[in-house]
Design a protein around this ligand. Structure first.
Ligand SMILES: [Mg+2]
Length: 364
């Protein structure tokens, strides 16, 4: 009997977060929790696959499953690589980016997990084989709103915990200099500005950061799809640029590369269409000479899926690790982050399932 999809379940989690500082704002609210949205797909033979959608989209993503996606997926062949593209096409009138794609990203990841489990192969093997067994992680600090004491203390904390790559979410040269004063030379410091400036406003602060040798400055320009302004900034300052977590479709990556806007592309697996799209973007971007360092500000199946993509893609890249004390970290035991690095699991599928018993406490 052919295996079919028998159930598609969404699991929303709110997990308390201690950032060792006042909580940063996100989407108009203080970020006090990790907001996560997992997808559990069960098949007729009992195989279960796990996926993850952009957690901040929360109940809007659940509505996309409840109203449309579940009905289009249940009863279908989970190994059919045409299934997600078919659903995407059927729903294209609802928007080619945003909520629907955040939802389909989770479904795509779960189907790769199922394919791996049915074939007895890891996701990285399905992607052509792991080119590396261990991937370095970078500590992605939360935003401390320019408070240099928080920046210094938490940069030191990241180094103490074994990280050798740091990312700040700050917007001032002073904050970057504060982190550099703690790390000394030789530790890459990435600076994420989350679309801080209008075109023309960014040159001065970015030039100010240059003195602290940033590894890259991330998303300096609002709106993020203004690739021409980013290209101008990149040329004028000579500071490496990174972008892509807010791309509105896979084709954006071709456009940002063609415009000369960026040195690194950062597709987000939970937003852009899952493993299928992320791996395609990585392959095409790296063929064009631009390294893919995916966005991964989450801990669930999307994190493991990103790990497999990094393991299998052409160029090595560090994996983002949200740096805070979190009440429950998925895969903390099965795929641990030790001394700033993660071993790539070679077990079937994603290589680990979320700990459902521990997760239950944080379900919304
Ligand atoms: Mg970012």
């Amino acid at each position: 009997m052919p295996v079919t999809i028998s159930a598609v379940e969404t699991i929303q989690l709110r997990i308390p977060l201690d950032t060792w500082a006042p909580p940063p704002m996100f989407a108009g609210r203080p970020r006090t929790h990790v907001e996560a949205l997992y997808v559990k797909v069960t098949c007729s033979d009992g195989t279960v696959g796990w996926g993850e959608c952009f957690g901040s989209s929360g109940t809007a993503v659940i509505a996309a499953f409840d109203n449309w996606i579940r009905f289009l997926a249940v009863g279908k062949d989970p190994t059919d690589k045409g299934l997600v593209p078919t659903i995407e096409r059927l729903l294209h009138g609802l928007g080619r980016a945003g909520i629907i794609m955040h939802a389909l990203s989770g479904l795509d990841i779960a189907l790769w997990d199922i394919r791996g489990k049915l074939e007895g192969a890891s996701v990285s093997k399905l992607l052509g084989g792991a080119k590396r067994k261990r991937v370095e992680t970078y500590a992605s600090l939360l935003q401390y709103a320019g408070d240099v004491e928080h920046v210094k203390r938490n940069t030191a904390r990241a180094l103490e915990r074994g990280y050798r790559h740091i990312k700040l979410h700050e917007r001032t040269p002073e904050a970057v200099a504060a982190a550099r004063s703690v790390t000394g030379p030789g530790i890459p410091i990435k600076v994420d500005t989350n679309c801080a400036w209008l075109p023309g406003e960014a040159d001065k602060p970015v030039m100010g950061m240059k003195a602290s040798d940033p590894y890259w400055v991330e998303e300096p320009i609002w709106p993020p799809e203004d690739f021409e302004s980013a290209a101008k900034l990149r040329k004028a300052t000579g500071v490496p640029i990174a972008m892509g977590e807010n791309a509105t479709s896979p084709s954006d990556f071709k456009k940002m590369i063609a415009a000369g806007a960026t040195d690194y592309v950062q597709p987000s697996i939970v937003k852009i269409g899952g493993i299928t799209q992320l791996f395609r973007i990585a392959t095409e971007s790296e063929k064009a000479g631009v390294t893919c360092v995916p966005h991964a500000f989450f801990f669930g199946p999307g994190y493991l899926a990103t790990l497999h993509c990094i393991a299998a893609k052409e160029r090595d890249a560090p994996l983002e690790r949200l740096f805070a004390d979190v009440a429950f970290v998925t895969y903390a035991k099965s795929v641990p982050d030790v001394n700033g690095g993660v071993d790539v699991p070679d077990r079937p599928g994603l290589g680990a399932d979320p700990e459902e018993d521990l997760m239950a406490k944080f379900r919304v």
